[in-house]
Write a protein that binds this ligand. Structure first.
Ligand SMILES: *[C@@H]1O[C@H](CO)[C@@H](O)[C@H](O)[C@H]1NC(C)=O
Ligand SMILES: *[C@@H]1O[C@H](CO)[C@@H](O)[C@H](O)[C@H]1NC(C)=O
Ligand SMILES: *[C@@H]1O[C@H](CO)[C@@H](O)[C@H](O)[C@H]1NC(C)=O
Ligand SMILES: *[C@@H]1O[C@H](CO)[C@@H](O)[C@H](O)[C@H]1NC(C)=O
Ligand SMILES: *[C@@H]1O[C@H](CO)[C@@H](O)[C@H](O)[C@H]1NC(C)=O
Length: 436
């Protein structure tokens, strides 16, 4: 596979690295009058990575023409390691002397005009806390207490991790809810409560039984309440992420990741799918079953579009006879590294017009949120990508750990917190989150 690839690259590069004017020789002799007198200008061959006007370099690095043309030999070696896959900057491009500057960049800029407002005057990425080298999830800002909650996906681990943003620098502590929440992976704040999607399932843990589902947590009292724990008697497999629309309906994903993450004792009973749940009536209905592993879910700021991430490139063995279930296996060529957009039907009961909008440049898109202007902000590999609502890259934030999920925080929602394997980072910039 690899030797075949490099052979193909050689052939491709021989052509791609020629200046366009040399294509003259290939012009069709049958149509001599149509050959332009002046050589056709191709894309100018410029410096690939350079400083962006108004920002320090290489902390903020501008990439020319989306890096679509790399000179000379290059190769990005695939690294199929869950939570530690190959990155864009791991590409080896020795004939591009500026490419290695990206190693020291906090922000990669694909679109300089959009980046001005995204970055603001003084963008910063700060590594805030070193945490266990396992997945952390469900970051959510609590405006009433100025705290950021998140969770750790570890067998038997029940507290919530809570960052107190009233302290400078912020401090991290554990809080145990009553009854506890097991393995939350998605969270939103509404009307004083945290709404949590959980993938934890266990018949006997600290004296409780846990099932994947939807729960609320009151951040003032620490009291929790179950909202949804079954589909007509079946357990959900892994209720991974949720968002709440202006009608109060909770839309959520259910995938197969509970057992391979060692936090659910039960193998899936139903297929992975996306649902909407009306907490007023209890009605839960499936709205999409086409993704391999539906994961992140967010509404656009106008609530007319739903974005779903598919992380199916990380596959789970669902056979109940295989016990214990092996960990998720990541494969970069497998489908499921994609953000999909859907229109919400006028009835707000169905999803229409599914379309892929973005194939992740790193790993798979996991947590997803939107900014006030409707940009997509998604945890992808070692960082966070900012895209237009149609999936065009604008800016990428780089971190030294794999980011699993993100949350806007602060009174103005102008900080983004990135939570992942082994780290918590705070991004201070110009972008603001779309909702409370
Ligand atoms: C940069 O982003 C802005 C805002 O989304 C968009 O209008 C513009 O077309 C983009 N520029 C390029 C060169 O893609
Ligand atoms: C439930 O959780 C406990 C504590 O982590 C663990 O020892 C036990 O094996 C789990 N139950 C099953 C059936 O896996
Ligand atoms: C979309 O829903 C959110 C959450 O309920 C709400 O705050 C916002 O006002 C809604 N936006 C529109 C345009 O209806
Ligand atoms: C990765 O997926 C491809 C199909 O996309 C398959 O041919 C290959 O065998 C897989 N590799 C592993 C290690 O599973
Ligand atoms: C990431 O960087 C921080 C400091 O900036 C360091 O403490 C941490 O160990 C680094 N993590 C990894 C995985 O390199």
């Amino acid at each position: 596979m690899l030797s075949y690839t490099s052979h193909c690259l050689q052939a491709l590069l021989g052509v791609a690295s020629l200046p366009y004017r040399q294509y003259q020789a290939y012009s069709s002799p049958q149509a001599p009058l149509q050959v332009p007198q002046v050589p056709q200008a191709g894309p100018p061959i410029t410096t690939l990575v350079s400083s962006c006007a108004g920002f320090s370099y290489p902390e903020v690095a501008c990439i020319d023409r989306y890096g679509s043309l790399l000179q000379g030999e290059f190769e990005r070696k695939v690294r199929n390691v869950l939570g530690d896959a190959d990155t864009y900057i791991s590409t080896n491009a020795p004939s591009e002397p500026t490419f290695s500057d990206l190693q020291n960049a906090d922000f990669l800029v694909w679109n300089q005009s959009a980046a001005k407002a995204i970055l603001g005057p003084n963008p910063h990425v700060d590594f805030m806390f070193s945490i266990e080298d396992c997945s952390h999830e469900a970051p959510v800002y609590v405006p009433t207490t100025n705290e950021l909650y998140f969770s750790r996906l570890q067998q038997g681990f029940l507290p919530q991790l809570v960052i107190n943003l009233n302290n400078d620098p912020p401090t991290l502590e554990e809080k145990l809810a009553q009854p506890p929440i097991y393995a939350a992976t998605g969270a939103r704040f509404r009307d004083g409560l945290l709404y949590l999607a959980t993938i934890g399932g266990n018949e006997s843990l600290a004296g409780y039984t846990f099932r994947p589902g939807l729960y609320t947590l009151d951040p003032i009292t620490g009291k929790t309440q179950a909202l949804l724990n079954n589909y007509y008697g079946y357990y959900f497999n892994a209720v991974d992420d949720l968002d709440i629309d202006h009608e109060g309906q909770i839309w959520f994903t259910d995938n197969d990741y509970g057992r391979p993450c060692q936090v659910n004792t039960y193998a899936p009973q139903i297929n992975a799918a996306t649902y909407r749940f009306n907490p007023k009536t209890g009605l839960v209905t499936m709205v999409d079953d086409t993704l391999l592993e539906p994961n992140g879910l967010t509404f656009s700021p106008d609530n007319k579009t739903v974005y779903l991430t598919d992380t199916g490139a990380g596959s789970a063995i669902i056979d109940p006879n295989i016990y214990p279930a092996p960990h998720i296996a990541y494969n970069s060529t497998r489908k499921g590294r994609t953000i999909y957009a859907y229109d919400v039907a006028p009835s707000r009961k169905a999803l229409l017009n599914k379309r892929p909008v973005y194939l992740s440049m790193e790993y798979a898109p996991d947590g997803i949120k939107t900014s006030r202007e409707g940009y997509l902000v998604s945890a992808t590999g070692k960082g966070v990508v900012v895209l237009t609502d149609e999936g065009e890259p604008l800016v990428r934030v780089q971190t030294n750990f794999t980011v699993i999920n993100i949350a806007f925080a602060g009174a103005e929602r102008d900080e983004l917190w990135a939570i992942g394997k082994g780290g918590v980072a705070r991004i201070r910039w110009g972008l603001k989150g779309s909702y409370a």
